[in-house]
Design a binder for this molecule. Sequence first.
Ligand SMILES: [Zn+2]
Length: 229
Amino acid sequence: MKQEQPFIYQRDRTKATKLTKQEILDDLKAFSEKCRTRSFTTRQYDKWKDRRITSGSITKIYGSWSKAMQEAGLKSTRAWKRDIKDLVETFKRCWVDQKSEPTKQQFEDYLKRTNSPYTIKSYTHYFGSLGRLAQRIEDRQNERISDAQLYERHKPSKVRKPLPLDLRYTILQRDKHRCVICGASPSTDPSVTLEIDHIIPVAKNGSDSPDNLRTLCHACNQGKKDRIE
Ligand SMILES: [Zn+2]
């Protein structure tokens, strides 16, 4: 009797390669278009419910995520981070070159002279302003901030000026010290607090003009916020 061959336990890996390389690249491009970004991470890609292949399989087929992204004409996130580093280095070189912090005009000239792919806008978009970047470079040198903080995107703060007191009072008078929605008033219910509300929110460029202002009680104002958010 012939001896039976021992069973070989082997997992089927063809599932990962059912797509052609071109189809994989098409999927990466489709995701890029859907998200309107040329740079995304494996984690973001894997959350896409229409994907036909996992990022892990793509990485196996292409050797690395950034290689696959490159083939698709996209940028891997790491490459994008390298660009930010390059932005900073370019500004530092100009600063060293002229031995003093470059003004906007000086830096603009420098970018042109060195045929840099960047513009002042590349900087202000990412860092808020050249002055902010200069501050960070100085802070980094004095070890007041980390590398991560140096390369972080600037987030504009949403500090807004309080309404002038006299304007606030004018609106309260006009609305007879009552919430214009529910009529609540501190004169009849001491637990009511009145607030001046921007009908078109400040965040959406609503103005401080009286016709954009109204008196609301705290509860109604909260209710409005909940609906908007
Ligand atoms: Zn109310």
